[in-house]
Design a protein around this ligand. Structure first.
Ligand SMILES: [Zn+2]
Length: 452
């Protein structure tokens, strides 16, 4: 079977984030089949050679938290210079009244392209806002992921508590429980692929415990077990949220999660900042993943995720860019740099190295989304790779090529491979005209600046 695939030797990388692969790797079909030790040549016969002598090769980065639709409201005058709750209260009405199928499609196309160009090969998008002008949100996301070639985790988000229930979102931005659950099951049946190497999976993702009902949390867990999928939500992003939980549920967010059965390895949480010591131990004990979003946490002044403590307790830690209205870009290699810097302020320089930041964005992210077939350059794993040159002025004089990607600020990959296929070549996305995309997306975004 495998002999029908072409085999390529990615030869003699300038540097590679893998052990015993100094002379590169061999890719056959969608997978890595051999690591070639320094000074050696492949034991496998190969059809093609890619000379990687000017490339730093790392596993494709995995983005475990994003809201693609927010690319339409970056640096929005209503949103800038605010913390989470007032930021949400300013932007919710704009999103709810303006978002439609066409602008949503452009937002997805742009975010996926940005991610690929930054070396990201797997993206998980948490879309939770459904209004009456957005009929086919999830199906649009599936179409756009296939178009771009990125590996995609569709998070069927949800909100069913709005202003009339004492929540933050406008009434027109939420759905009822039965609609959400029926659509969740439809998407799981249509798109959720549990096979090794899957290009498309579905996760269920109530937006946050403070904007959905308890029944929705419980029913989402039931569906996740039935269809073997992951569960995702925002948690402990701000102190406001902890206060809200205490006021409305008479407990802290982690206690509430425990109450609804969400402390298990199917679950990964966005942000995970405001935990106490006992909560960190509890999350670790149950293998709950945390998606660290350093850029967004700095922009919204949300706080410091205790990444090292969480990992030491047993919780996988991944990396996410978060929505493009609180980042305000979709650049994951930039997120790796921000993770290094922010965590050095939280801990110290010796405790947090560039290898830690890379691990969060690769292996850690893979664990969060329940994947063992991506996130590492290893025989048998998917051939998802990001390759950077050090040609720009910012790298001139750099000594350690891997450290240079993080310390000098790499921001654009030269080559990106997903499942053995080139999706970025010479810094350009395959099959996408960047100027046309910039123009179409810009036009779609302009109406989000107008009056409501
Ligand atoms: Zn988020």
């Amino acid at each position: 079977m495998t002999t029908s695939f072409r085999t390529i030797w990615i030869k003699n990388p300038l540097s590679i984030l893998a052990e015993h692969a100094g002379s590169g790797i061999v890719v056959q079909g969608t997978r890595i089949i051999e690591l070639v030790a320094a000074g050696k040549t492949p034991a496998t016969a190969y059809d093609d050679v890619f000379d990687a002598s000017s490339h730093v090769v790392i596993p494709g980065l995995i983005n475990t938290h994003h809201h693609f639709f927010q690319t339409l409201t970056r640096a929005h005058p209503e949103g800038i210079n605010k913390e989470l709750f007032p930021w949400l209260e300013s932007l919710y009405p704009i999103w709810a009244s303006k978002l439609d199928d066409e602008s949503f499609r452009m937002a997805n196309r742009l975010a996926m392209t940005e991610l690929l160009l930054s070396g990201c090969t797997t993206a998980s998008d948490h879309h939770y806002l459904f209004n009456d002008k957005l009929d086919g949100a999830s199906d649009i996301q599936v179409e756009e992921a296939a178009r771009s070639g990125i590996r995609f985790i569709l998070n069927r988000g949800s909100m069913n508590l709005s202003k009339k229930d004492g929540g933050l979102p406008p009434d027109i931005a939420v759905q009822d429980e039965d609609t959400i659950l029926a659509d969740s099951e439809r998407l799981l049946q249509m798109y959720h692929d549990v096979s090794d190497g899957a290009m498309l999976q579905v996760a269920l993702a109530p937006c946050a415990p403070f904007n959905v009902t308890k029944r929705l949390m419980l029913e989402s867990l039931y569906l996740a077990e039935k269809y073997d999928c992951q569960l995702h939500t925002h948690l402990a992003e701000t102190l406001d949220e902890n206060d809200y939980c205490l006021e409305h549920f008479n407990c802290r967010p982690v206690d509430y999660l425990e109450d609804v059965g969400w402390l298990n390895p199917r679950v990964w949480l966005a942000h995970g900042i405001h935990f106490n010591h006992d909560e960190i131990c509890k999350l670790g004990k149950h293998g709950v993943g945390i998606c660290h979003c350093p850029t967004s946490n700095m922009v919204l002044a949300s706080g410091h995720c205790r990444t090292i403590d969480l990992e030491n307790a047993g919780a996988p830690v991944g990396l996410g860019v978060d929505g493009s209205a609180s980042n305000d870009s979709s650049n994951l290699i930039e997120g790796v740099r921000h993770a290094l810097m922010l965590n050095r302020l939280t801990y110290n320089a010796a405790t947090v190295t560039h290898f830690d930041a890379f691990r969060w964005a690769t292996e850690g992210s893979a664990k969060c989304i329940g994947r063992s077939d991506i996130g590492k350059i290893e025989v048998g794993r998917q051939a998802d790779l990001a390759m950077f040159t050090l040609d720009e002025l910012r790298f001139s004089g750099a000594g350690d090529p891997l450290a240079a990607l993080v310390l000098c600020g790499a921001h654009r990959a030269d080559r990106v491979m997903v499942a053995g296929q080139w999706k970025v070549v010479d810094g350009e996305p395959v099959g996408t005209d960047i100027r046309e995309l910039r123009s179409s997306h810009g036009e779609a975004a302009r109406k989000f600046l107008g009056n409501l």
